[in-house]
Design a protein around this ligand. Structure first.
Ligand SMILES: Cc1cc2nc3c(=O)[nH]c(=O)nc-3n(C[C@H](O)[C@H](O)[C@H](O)COP(=O)(O)OP(=O)(O)OC[C@H]3O[C@@H](n4cnc5c(N)ncnc54)[C@H](O)[C@@H]3O)c2cc1C
Length: 406
């Protein structure tokens, strides 16, 4: 006898799990959420692009983050390598595709706090603040044994339990994992010059160093370096680290003062063989891990949830059935493979000392930077897959209509 019979159990209370629980409940699904209250020690910020924000808006918590998030009006890529072949600086302006901003940069702890608050305020979500200790997959249901002794029985388990994902393992889904020779130093800082709501990604031989605007004269930083260098930087006192950050940013934002507290994230890449099987659907970092370049990870996680909700709606009688999970796998595969592939390729081209890789990266960015329609295409595709192509086709359609009119 189980303590709760739910159609859908979401395991994991990071941003992906909380968003999934809310979005499923918003569509009328009864959800049990299993996982601890988020710890609130995450110093990262997350740049969520407009399509993700549009999906989250009806869930009713985004307004509470307005004062603490900053709009991204432009994104600049700077080749800061010392290599023979260097790319030109490319700037993408949201105005070029008719948008006021690409997205919002939000502190992770505030995002998860507001998500958790919204979950608590949702009657359709039964939150058990406990880890899942073990899973039993059966053909017609899945059982989760919680660390607090309870048992939850469900038709579908949503694995939002992070990169190690015990639920993925229980479902027998193999995953290829690769540790990368990189770590991300994360911190926030204030500066004396206005950022103008522009984010700048400096591409270096060890990975990107990305400044993202926060409200006022503040920004967040994700600095990807070798793991030993990340440890050395993290061990510096605030004054010495401020000087190093200012040097890395070529004093673009004037004088830098780092705020107390910093974190180091070892980087890795992970790709599962499937995205759903044996009554388990993978979302967020259970489904994809790649380096933090061009703010893609959680945006992709939100699209996982978007597709999952549509499939749960279409298979409301049994959202964990083999047919529903096969459909989820087919729907997520192209998007996840394309995003992971392009981010991993860009990362590899930065790390590679090989001249052809440098030429390819430089030529690619040169062409994009110099040709406005191509820039617009990449900006749209960067925000939502397929939207660059739809814009091209709708332009061609308009063009044909205009020609036939003449
Ligand atoms: C430095 C850095 C910067 C980034 N910047 C961006 C950005 O700007 N934009 C963007 O889109 N993405 C960004 N990302 C990616 C983004 O942070 C991740 O995609 C996101 O945090 C993943 O969330 P998640 O909920 O899938 O995983 P997690 O946050 O890892 O959550 C997993 C949860 O599962 C829980 N859990 C584990 N085991 C169990 C269990 N047995 N039972 C129940 N619960 C369990 C854990 O307690 C945890 O709460 C960045 C990543 C890094 C490293």
């Amino acid at each position: 006898m189980s303590d709760s019979d739910a159609k859908i159990l979401v395991a994991g209370t990071g941003p992906a799990g909380l968003i999934a629980a809310l979005a499923l409940a918003h569509r009328g699904h009864k959800v049990v959420l299993a996982g601890p209250v988020p710890a609130g020690r995450d110093r990262r910020t997350v740049a969520l692009m407009r399509p993700a924000l549009d999906f989250l808006a009806p869930l009713g918590f985004l307004d509470k983050l307005t004062g603490e998030s900053a709009p991204l009006r432009a994104m600049r890529l700077v080749d800061a390598t010392d290599r023979l072949i260097r790319s030109p600086t490319v700037t993408f302006h949201a105005g070029e595709i008719g948008q006021e901003y690409f997205g919002l940069n939000i502190p992770n702890t505030r995002l998860t706090e507001e998500l958790a608050g919204a979950v608590r305020g949702t009657a359709e979500i039964d939150w058990r603040e406990s880890l899942v200790q073990s899973w039993t997959c059966a053909p017609d249901r899945i059982l989760a044994q919680l660390a607090n002794g309870e048992t939850i029985e469900a038709l579908l388990a949503v694995a939002a339990d992070g990169r190690q994902s015990p639920a993925r393992e229980a479902a027998g889904i193999a995953a290829r994992t690769r540790a990368l020779p990189q770590a991300a130093l994360v911190l926030n800082f204030s500066h004396t010059r206005e950022h103008g709501f522009v984010s700048t990604e400096f591409h270096t031989e060890t990975g990107p160093c990305t400044q993202v605007p926060l409200p006022g004269l503040r920004s967040s930083l994700v600095w990807v370096v070798r793991p030993d260098e990340a440890d050395l930087l993290a061990a510096l006192d605030d004054a010495a680290l401020s000087v190093r950050v200012e040097e890395r940013l070529s004093s673009l934002l004037g004088r830098v003062t780092v705020e107390p507290g910093r974190q180091v994230f070892p980087l890795s890449a992970l790709m599962p063989a499937r995205f759903g099987r044996n009554r388990v659907a993978l979302i967020g970092e259970a489904a994809h891990v790649f380096p933090p370049i061009s703010a893609q990870g959680l945006n992709l996680g939100v699209r996982d949830v978007e597709d999952l909700v549509a499939i749960a709606d279409a298979h409301s009688e049994d959202p964990g059935s083999a047919a529903a999970l096969a459909r989820y796998d087919a729907k997520r595969r192209p998007d996840i493979l394309a995003r992971s592939g392009s981010v991993n390729l860009l990362n590899a081209s930065l790390l590679s000392g090989l001249l052809p890789a440098q030429i390819a990266r430089s030529a690619g960015l040169g062409i994009i930077g110099g040709f406005a329609p191509l820039r617009a295409f990449f900006m749209r595709e960067g925000m939502r897959p397929g939207s660059g192509f739809s814009a091209l086709f709708s332009l061609r359609g308009k063009d044909r209509a205009a020609k036939s009119h003449w």
